[in-house]
Design a protein around this ligand. Structure first.
Ligand code: ASP
Length: 584
C-alpha cells in the first residue's frame, strides 16, 4: 500500500511532510497557469495544486472528474487569503511531485462531489456504486455500521451469542407470502427463504442457548406499497426463562446504549407503555406518533340523539362518533385535503365545524343543539380559532381515518415543536391474540402463530370469547414507526396445537407444515420470548431520512426491482429444465 495518509487527516501539522494519497478527482478547476485538483477519498477532500512549472502539469491537465489518482507530494500551507473554511483541509494544499492516473472514468450521470443531485432516484439506483460515492449516502451507511457494531458490543457483554440460521429452509409464517426456491436435486420440491428466523430462534431456546441474537436477513413477498423491501434486515433476539418485562427491560437498555454510542443521544428510561386499545382510542393507530398531542376524543354519548343523520346512523349501526381538534382554523381547501385522507382510509367523509369566540360555526354546527355544542367544547377542550374534525363510522374505520388525518395535520400544520425530543420511543402492549379475517371468515393470528396468549385467557380457546383473547406481545414504536415487535412464545405443545386450531389449521395440517417444530416442543421447551427490530427502519429514523432505501447499500426500487443488477430477470431454458420448471 503506497498511501501514507487519508485526505482528511492532513492539516497544518503536516506542512513540509511528504505524503502519498489515493483517491478520485472530485473536481478540477482550470486556470491558464494552474490546475486545482480536488482529490477525494473515503474520509474527505484535499486540494492538489499544480502550476505550469511543475513537471506533473501535463498529467494534471488530463485529469477529469472521477479519474483515480495516486498523488505524491509535499503538504504546504496556503497563503492566508487562499485558506478555505468550507472544508476540513482548507488551510493546506499538496504540491505534487508525481501524479499517476490509475484509472479513467467516463463522464458520470450525476454529480457526486457534494453539489445537489437532481437526478431521479431511479438513475441514482441504476448507478448505485456512484451514488454511494456521495457523502450523505456513505454517512447513512456508516451510521448503520456503528449501530450494528454497538448492538454486538452490548449484547455480547450481556451474554448473548450470535447464531446464523439457514436461508434455504421451510416456510415460517409471519403473515406474508414466501419466496420459494425450487430444488434441482429433489424435483418438484421447494425451499422457502425465511420470513424471519422465528422457528430457528425458538429451537435455539429448546437447545439451551438461553440468549440468542442475529443480524438476520428476512424475505417477504408482500405488496411493496409503503416503504418496504423484499429482503430486509432484522435484529433478532430470543431469551429463555423470561417474561414480558424482562424482554422490554433488556431492549430499553440496548436502545439507550445504541443511541448514546452512535448519536450521543440520551434516551430516558423506562420507555412509556400504552395498551393497543389506548393507542387506537387516543391516536387512531397501533404505532402512534407521540412527538405531538392532538388526541382523538369520544363524542358518541354526546351525540346519542343527534339530529345530524350521519352521526345518528353510525351510532344506530353500533358505530361511534370521534372527534379530533385541529389546532388551527383550517381553510376550505385544507379541510378538503384532509377529507381525502379520511376517505383513503375507509371513511365516507369528514364532518367538521369551526370554533369561534361565540361557539361552533360552519360545517355541521347547524345540526348541533346548544348542549351538544357545549359538550363538544368540553370533551375536546377546543378554543376559538381551532377546527373540529369528526369520524362517524364503525369504531375501526372512524379511528383509523382520524388517525391518518392526525398525521396529515402533523405534516400540514408542522405540529412537532422545534424543541420536541428528536426520538420518541414507546411500547404498545396487550395486543389482541387473533384478528378476524373477513375474506376467509375465520380468525387469524395478529403477530404470528407462536405468540403466547395471556395466561388468564387460555380457557377462551375454542369458545365464542376467542376474539377477545389478549397476547403477551409488544411492539416498539419510534416517531410513529413500528420499529420492533415480539412476544413471549407458546412453549406448551398442547397450547400450540390449540393456537393452530384457532387459526383454522387442523392438527394434521399443522403437523405437516410445522411437524418438526411441534415435535421439538415436546422435548423440554423452556418458557421463552424475544423480539425483532426492523433494523433498516430504525437506522432510517436515526439518520433522519425518509426511506429505508437510503440506509441500504444496494436497495431495490419501490417496485421491488434491482435496477442496477436488473433483477428479477429471465433465465435460460437450461436453468429452468434443471429445476424441473416449465413456464406457462
Ligand atoms: N419473528 C417476529 C417478526 O419477524 C418477531 C418476533 O416475534 O420476535 O415479526
Amino acid at each position: 500500500m503506497k498511501r501514507t495518509q487519508y485526505c482528511n487527516d492532513l492539516s497544518e501539522k503536516d506542512v513540509g511532510s511528504s505524503v502519498t494519497l489515493n483517491g478520485w478527482v472530485s473536481r478540477v478547476r482550470e486556470f491558464p497557469d494552474t490546475r486545482f485538483i480536488v482529490l477525494r477519498d473515503r474520509t474527505g477532500i484535499v486540494q492538489i495544486t499544480v502550476d505550469s512549472s511543475n513537471p506533473c502539469f501535463a498529467t494534471a491537465d488530463q485529469c477529469k472528474s472521477e479519474f483515480v489518482l495516486e498523488v505524491t507530494g509535499t503538504v504546504q500551507a496556503r497563503a492566508e487569503q487562499n485558506k478555505s473554511g468550507a472544508y476540513a483541509t482548507g488551510a493546506i494544499e499538496v504540491i505534487p511531485s508525481s501524479i499517476v492516473i490509475l484509472n479513467r472514468s467516463k463522464p458520470i450521470p450525476f454529480p457526486v462531489d457534494g453539489t445537489p443531485v437532481t437526478a431521479a432516484e431511479e438513475i441514482r439506483l441504476k448507478y448505485r456504486y456512484l451514488d454511494l460515492r456521495r457523502e450523505p449516502v456513505r454517512e447513512a451507511l456508516r451510521l448503520r455500521h456503528k449501530t450494528i457494531s454497538s448492538i454486538y458490543q452490548f449484547l455480547d457483554a450481556e451474554g448473548f451469542i450470535s447464531v446464523e440460521t439457514p436461508m434455504l429452509t421451510k416456510s415460517t409464517p409471519e403473515g406474508a407470502r414466501d419466496y420459494l426456491i425450487p430444488s434441482r436435486t429433489s424435483a418438484g420440491n421447494f425451499y422457502a427463504l425465511p420470513q424471519s428466523p422465528q422457528l430457528f430462534k425458538q429451537l435455539l431456546m429448546i437447545a439451551n442457548f438461553d440468549k440468542y441474537f442475529q443480524i438476520a436477513r428476512c424475505f417477504r413477498d408482500e405488496d411493496l406499497r409503503a416503504d418496504r423491501q423484499p429482503d430486509f434486515t432484522q435484529l433478532d433476539i430470543e431469551m429463555s426463562f423470561v417474561d414480558v418485562d424482562d424482554v422490554l427491560e433488556l431492549n430499553e437498555r440496548l436502545i439507550q446504549h445504541v443511541f448514546k454510542q452512535t448519536l450521543n443521544v440520551d434516551v430516558p428510561l423506562p420507555l412509556p407503555r400504552l395498551s393497543y386499545a389506548d393507542a387506537l382510542d387516543r391516536f387512531g393507530s397501533d404505532k402512534p406518533d407521540q412527538r405531538f398531542g392532538v388526541e382523538i376524543k369520544n363524542a358518541s354519548s354526546l351525540m346519542a340523539d343527534s339530529s345530524f343523520a350521519v352521526f345518528r346512523t353510525a351510532l344506530e349501526m353500533g358505530g361511534t362518533v370521534r372527534v379530533l381538534t385541529a389546532p388551527a382554523e383550517l381553510s376550505r381547501k385544507q379541510i378538503e385535503a384532509f377529507e381525502q385522507v379520511a376517505k383513503q382510509n375507509g371513511a365516507k367523509g369528514l364532518a367538521w365545524t369551526k370554533v369561534a369566540a361565540s361557539g361552533l360555526e360552519g360545517g355541521i354546527a347547524k345540526f348541533l343543539s346548544p348542549t351538544e355544542s357545549t359538550g363538544l367544547l368540553e370533551v375536546t377542550g377546543a378554543v376559538a380559532g381551532q377546527t373540529l374534525l369528526f369520524g362517524a363510522d364503525s369504531k375501526d374505520t372512524a379511528l383509523k381515518a382520524l388517525g391518518a388525518v392526525r398525521l396529515a395535520l402533523r405534516d400540514e400544520l408542522k405540529l412537532i415543536a422545534a424543541d420536541a425530543p428528536r426520538f420518541h420511543f414507546s411500547w404498545v402492549v396487550d395486543f389482541p391474540l387473533l384478528e378476524w379475517d373477513e375474506d376467509n371468515q375465520r380468525f387469524t393470528f395478529m403477530h404470528h402463530p407462536f405468540t403466547s396468549p395471556s395466561l388468564e385467557d387460555l380457557p377462551k380457546f375454542g369458545t365464542p370469547e376467542m376474539g377477545s383473547m389478549k397476547a403477551r406481545a409488544y411492539d416498539l414504536v419510534l416517531n410513529g414507526y413500528e420499529v420492533g415487535g415480539g412476544s413471549i412464545r407458546i412453549h406448551n405443545p398442547e397450547v400450540q396445537e390449540k393456537m393452530f386450531n384457532a387459526i383454522g389449521f387442523t392438527t394434521a395440517e399443522a403437523r405437516e407444515r410445522f411437524g418438526f417444530f411441534m415435535e421439538a416442543l415436546e422435548y423440554g421447551t423452556p418458557p421463552h420470548g424475544g423480539i425483532a427490530w426492523g433494523l433498516d427502519r430504525m437506522v432510517a429514523v436515526m439518520a433522519g431520512v425518509e426511506t429505508i432505501r437510503d440506509v441500504i447499500a444496494f436497495p431495490k426500487n419501490a417496485k421491488g426491482v434491482d435496477i442496477m443488477a436488473d433483477a428479477p430477470s429471465p433465465v435460460d431454458e437450461k436453468q429452468l429444465s434443471d429445476l424441473h420448471i416449465k413456464l406457462k
